[in-house]
Design a protein around this ligand. Sequence first.
Ligand code: PAF
Length: 282
Amino acid sequence: MKILRAPRSMAAWGERLRREGVTIGFVPTMGALHDGHRSLIRAARLRCDALVVSIFVNPTQFGPNEDLTRYPRPITHDRALCRAEGVDVCFEPTPNAMYPKGFQTIVMVPEIAQQLWEGAARPHHFVGVATVVTKLFGIVRPHLALFGQKDYQQATLIKRLVTDLNLGVTIDVRPTIREKDGLAMSSRNRYLSPDDRQAATILYRAFRAGRQAIEEGIKNASTVERIMRKTVAQEPTAHVEYLALCDPASLEPLKQVQRQILLLGAIRIGKVRLIDNMLTGC
Ligand code: PAF
């Protein structure tokens, strides 16, 4: 496995392979890789000739009081996982290489990035994500890029920008990988204390309660939402930021249950913020 740090070397590698007709798969990450990333890497490995994983803790997607400095960076573990999964290139640029002096371009997807859910809660976040993903696509020039459903709004935003900017990358959004007790895998789960780790399954349990209510025929979205909130309230350390039923395409909140529904939520347990979602319908 090659480890490339300079965007210029990464671009040259990709360009050469593209000219030879090789299909390039790409899994962009911020490292601290877990089985969720592993499943994306494996899916990409099956569909592409060559596979690139980027490991870059992107500073521009963190707000001023967020966890940029303490975000886990277990690079030896991450490289070993990539090597074991047959990754061809681990792209590990530095912040200076990605954002050199004079860098000023931003990519903005206003409705998805600022008005709804994660966008409203973290106003700078998606500008950082959209900009870095566009830049990574420009460097790696993949045919296929894979993202996890856990970050549903992020995946929606990336599909939008790829369409709007004609980037010519196929986006594959893969199912969320969960721990045995339902907790969605996330690099941030390692911030949870043992007690908080137990409590953290409450978000998944709330979605299950919501799904059950829908399956039992409840049609009013706020009734389902109340049921999910009541479930979260069983955990005294958990605080709801938002819990909603939305349209899976537009992410707009729903008033009534419809054929396809996205249950979407963010909670805080202690200082740790968890997001998750579940697709369901009636
Ligand atoms: O999902 C992530 O890990 C990040 O938001 C991404 C897509 C790698 C951009 O930094």
